[in-house]
Design a protein around this ligand. Structure first.
Ligand code: NAI
Length: 338
């Protein structure tokens, strides 16, 4: 039966509007082939929104996400060392999108140093140093608070273990620095250990984050699912993106009880913005996760097959993965393969 979906759309800035446009075209193509239809409620955020509405996140956007419970989001530039707070972090906190889910898998035909990687990163998304509680104690001394709670640590560990059980995954490593941050990362670990007891079929391990980076580069195949506090999750997932061809490829889902926001792992890439060079695959793979989330598996599978075909054929790939095609030409090739 044809299904109508209203989805909140945040094109973002930098390469955001280009990749979002490409992905929306592909989703509509897949929808036309499978009987799903999409209505988009589109909002500017960040500097652009402030110019128009004097708000970095327009109130209407909050209402739209509350109503639709699902959003597709392009990257947004965050000013460094001052200016407004990260739009991404604000949205994740506002909607308690506590789980940041990042599957890391090779697409067919991509030539990377590590073929056949299949890892899942589960990043806690609401606390740790990302609460942004910083202040100057006295001139020249700044304090930044790292918040770790039993509630959030248990919740993210449960998410990781339940995902593993549902999808037949065998191994989970909790990543930490509890040798130094004995209380905060110690609490994160204690919660993960407690949750692990309820999942005896899943092997549980713990690695210190610096060693994890080395282990990953030496042999990424030793890991299956990594569960990490916010900051380590942010850093380690960019490292893992390099295994499968870079930031142009890796998707993510920000999941909470009430709603979900799907976005690429990458940022606004100001170095290539507006040049039709960006690879929309990361956002497209995020959109595939979104389609599964809204029970549009047929459209999701069609896009995945078309994407796999375009990668296997290698004739319309973007520059970051060794091709010469532009953003929109790549999208046209995926549309043709649908
Ligand atoms: P970035 O991810 O924007 O770029 C890093 C490198 O990867 C650049 O060389 C860029 O050209 C390349 N790259 C990224 N996405 C690509 C794509 N789709 N296709 C081809 N190449 C791609 O990271 P950077 O430069 O550290 O951050 C730029 C801005 O983005 C910052 O303001 C940052 O705060 C923001 N940001 C936003 C995120 C979000 O909205 N979720 C996530 C990460 C960063």
């Amino acid at each position: 039966m044809p299904k109508q979906h209203t989805i909140t759309l945040i094109p973002g800035d930098g390469i955001g509007p280009e990749v979002t446009n490409a992905v929306v075209r592909i989703l509509e193509g897949a929808g036309a082939a499978t009987g799903a239809s999409f209505q988009w409620e589109s909002y500017a955020v960040g500097a652009e929104a402030f110019e128009r509405y004097k708000e970095y996140i327009p109130r209407e956007l909050y209402h739209s996400i509350e109503r639709n419970r699902v959003a597709l989001k392009g990257p947004v530039t965050t000013p460094i060392g001052g200016g407004f707070a990260s739009i991404n972090v604000t949205l994740r906190k506002q909607f308690e999108l506590y789980a940041n889910f990042r599957p890391i898998r090779n697409l067919p035909g991509t030539q990377t140093r590590y073929p056949g990687v299949d890892l899942v990163i589960v990043r806690e998304n609401t606390e740790d140093l990302y609460v942004g509680l910083e202040h100057e104690v006295v001139p020249g001394v700044v304090e930044s608070l790292k918040i770790v709670t039993e509630k959030a640590s248990t919740r993210i560990a449960k998410f990781a273990f339940e995902y593993a059980r549902k999808h037949g995954r065998k191994k989970i490593h909790a990543i930490h620095k509890a040798n130094i941050m004995k209380m905060s990362d110690g609490l994160f670990l204690r919660c993960a250990r407690d949750v692990a007891k309820d999942f005896p079929e899943i092997t549980y391990g713990e690695h210190i984050v610096d060693n994890t980076c080395m282990q990953l580069v030496m042999n990424p195949y030793q890991y299956d699912i990594l569960v990490l506090p916010n900051l380590y999750g942010d850093i380690v997932s960019d490292l893992c993106a390099a295994f499968v061809g870079g930031l142009g490829l890796v998707p993510s889902a920000n999941l909470g009880e009430s709603c979900a926001i799907f976005e690429a792992v990458h940022g606004s890439a100001p170095d290539i913005a507006g040049q039709d060079k960006a690879n929309p695959t990361a956002l497209l793979q995020s959109a595939i996760l979104m389609l599964h989330h809204i029970d549009e598996a047929e459209a999701a599978n069609r896009i995945q097959n078309a994407l796999d075909k375009v990668y296997a054929e290698k004739t319309a790939l973007t520059r970051d993965v060794g091709g010469t095609a532009g953003t929109q030409a790549f999208a046209n090739a995926v549309l043709a393969a649908l």
